[in-house]
Design a protein around this ligand. Structure first.
Ligand SMILES: NC(=O)c1ccc[n+]([C@@H]2O[C@H](COP(=O)([O-])OP(=O)(O)OC[C@H]3O[C@@H](n4cnc5c(N)ncnc54)[C@H](OP(=O)(O)O)[C@@H]3O)[C@@H](O)[C@H]2O)c1
Length: 316
């Protein structure tokens, strides 16, 4: 895994976990089968800066240390102990200090003899993925704290090669533009004021709103995304109340259904979702595995809509 953010942690944890430990979740059958066939023994996560510059969050990092039959391994040489690094840490926020304690704690933790290992490497800047027919390894340059730029690193010229069979990238995201919608090329977001999309003259575009990462950039946990959506919808409702939406809006919640149908978009309603929910729970109950399965997720969208709607039709 390349990257030291929560996406890297999520993916690495899933790759390292034994498939059976995922049975109590809603893991779909094909994903379970894929993970159950995995021959993985070691998962490596590489960050280009130091342990005090990770973008993980404390809970997600701690979860990594609690995966059954997986040892977390860190390396002393990846922990800079120079004065500037100590000062950087001392000036960091509490989250970083908590994670630093967790990471340092793993330095002295004895191996439990687990059958899988998760290695965290810091100060490794990616140089090259190598291999002919397929990935055979990856080359990194060791970095060191840059005294001229606190929190930054410089290359040391030392090359480190790791034989690997697969490489996954989790180095953040960049939004992409939509036709006819204003776009900020520098930040990779739709320019907006609290969710109201702004034109190049910084005036609101009537009827156009943005939310999520395209509104504020690729940062934040699920809770942030919810409050962000609430802010945008609040603006929309205000504009509706003030007659600022460009087209007349029917005062009828069902109007959206006719629009979707007219456009040939398949959708389900709340009752249909409840049918799908019951179906997924029934799949879980019928699953022959030794652990209780609350549900088995139906993944293909067509199948989700089909199940919810076909039973609805039969019921009506
Ligand atoms: N459980 C959760 O709640 C959860 C799960 C997943 C994601 N999220 C959130 O979703 C957002 C996005 O997460 P993310 O992990 O995609 O992004 P992220 O937090 O921005 O982390 C990206 C990582 O990639 C590294 N990186 C970027 N360019 C690189 C390069 N050229 N070479 C090597 N490393 C490079 C960055 O290093 P530098 O710092 O050196 O740039 C950083 O460590 C975050 O706010 C995250 O917390 C939350």
């Amino acid at each position: 895994m390349i990257g030291n953010g929560n996406v890297a942690l999520d993916v690495a944890r899933m790759l390292a976990k034994h498939a059976d430990d995922l049975l109590p979740t809603d893991i779909p059958g094909n994903v379970y089968a894929g993970l159950a066939a995995s021959a993985v023994t070691d998962v490596h996560i590489f960050g280009r800066r130091g342990p005090a510059q990770v973008k993980f969050t404390p809970i997600e990092l701690r979860e990594l240390g609690a995966v059954p039959d997986v040892d977390v391994i860190v390396y002393e040489e990846d922990f800079p102990r120079d004065e500037a690094s100590e000062q950087f840490l001392a000036a960091s926020n509490n989250q970083v200090k908590v994670m630093s304690r967790t990471l340092n704690g793993w330095l002295t933790k004895e191996s439990s003899g687990a059958s899988r290992r998760l290695h965290l490497h810091f100060l490794h800047s990616p140089v090259e993925v190598y291999g002919t027919e397929r990935v055979e390894g990856m080359r990194f340059e060791r970095t060191a704290p840059d005294p001229a730029n606190p929190g930054g690193v410089t290359g040391t010229g030392e090359i480190l090669d790791y034989p690997l069979q697969a490489v996954y990238r989790a180095v953040g995201y960049r939004g992409s533009p939509l036709a006819e919608v204003p776009f900020d090329e520098t930040l990779g977001v739709i320019p907006n004021d609290g969710g109201r999309v702004l034109d190049p003259a910084a005036q609101p575009v009537p009827g156009l709103y943005a939310t999520g990462w395209i509104k504020r950039g690729p940062v934040g946990l699920i809770g942030h995304t919810k409050s962000d959506a609430l802010e945008t919808v609040t603006r929309l409702v205000e504009d509706l109340g003030n007659g600022l939406l460009p087209e007349p809006v029917e005062d009828d919640a069902d109007a959206i259904l006719s629009v979707l149908s007219a456009r040939g978009i398949s959708f389900t309603e709340w009752d249909g979702w409840l049918v799908l929910d019951a179906h997924e729970r029934a799949l879980g109950a019928a699953d022959g595995s030794p652990v209780d399965r609350e549900r088995v997720k139906v993944v293909p969208r067509d199948e989700q809509v089909g199940i919810s709607r076909s039973v609805e039709l039969v019921a009506s």
